[in-house]
Design a protein around this ligand. Structure first.
Ligand code: PRP
Ligand code: URA
Length: 207
């Protein structure tokens, strides 16, 4: 596995606003969507294409179109914040869902929902804004591969070195695209400096 930190001025700009504890949920959602667009442009940069010729009103023009289908699998709940941005970019995308919740004491994820489309013929992107211990991403990647996904990429907003390392061990074939690899995890397995609990901030459930 390789981790790519998406190095774009807009990514840094949006990420810092997401980190800001003063950012309210409505703005947090908007920033998440915009940052997901930037991350997805990087994560799809090398998608296979095929040549196609069309007729313009003037003459023929040859270009390249995407060769195959795309699947996205947002991890509930927080991954839902990344969904719309990808659907905007790739309206034909197939969408699967995985519900995973991290236990507050053990930090281990437990699965509560799964609905996955056909993935064998597609490039599959697993979306989860926080890659902390890597437990949730690891479980999601195992699940999509078990369901037939062949080429899989992971897209996260903020990652911890511990999570990146864990995925490197468990899924060396899956590249990770992220806006930042932060310093480390704290004793509650939260990313430092991070941005807090992404799901709570996205859905306003932290009060
Ligand atoms: C958060 C986050 C990831 C997971 C990351 O989800 O969205 O799924 O924690 O932590 P990990 O890398 O240590 O597994 P959470 O379990 O809080 O659920 P939520 O999205 O419903 O808030
Ligand atoms: N989940 C989050 O939402 N934030 C973290 O820092 C770690 C896990």
């Amino acid at each position: 596995m390789s981790a790519t930190v998406v190095d774009h001025p807009l990514a840094g700009h949006l990420l810092l606003a997401l980190r800001d504890e003063a950012t309210p949920p409505a703005l947090f959602r908007n920033l998440t969507e915009r940052l997901t667009t930037v991350l997805m442009l990087a994560a799809t940069k090398d998608l296979p294409t095929v040549e196609k010729t069309v007729k313009t009103p003037i003459e023929e023009a040859t270009g390249r179109i995407l060769a195959g289908p795309i699947v996205i699998v947002p991890i509930l709940r927080a991954g839902l914040g990344m969904l719309e941005a990808v659907v905007e970019l790739f309206p034909e995308v197939r969408v699967g869902y995985l519900g995973l919740e991290r236990d507050e004491a053990t930090f281990k994820p437990s699965a509560y929902y799964a609905k996955l489309p056909q993935m064998a013929d597609a490039v599959t992107f697993v979306l989860d804004p926080m890659l902390a211990t890597g437990g949730s991403a690891n479980a999601a990647l195992t699940a999509v591969k078990k369901s037939g996904a062949k080429e899989v990429r992971m897209v996260s907003v903020v990652s911890a070195p511990e999570g990146v390392e864990a995925l490197e061990q468990a899924h060396p074939d899956v590249p990770v695209f992220t806006a930042s690899i932060d310093r480390e995890l704290n004793s509650n397995a939260y990313i430092m400096p991070g941005l807090g609990d992404f799901g709570d901030r996205l859905f306003g459930t932290d009060a």
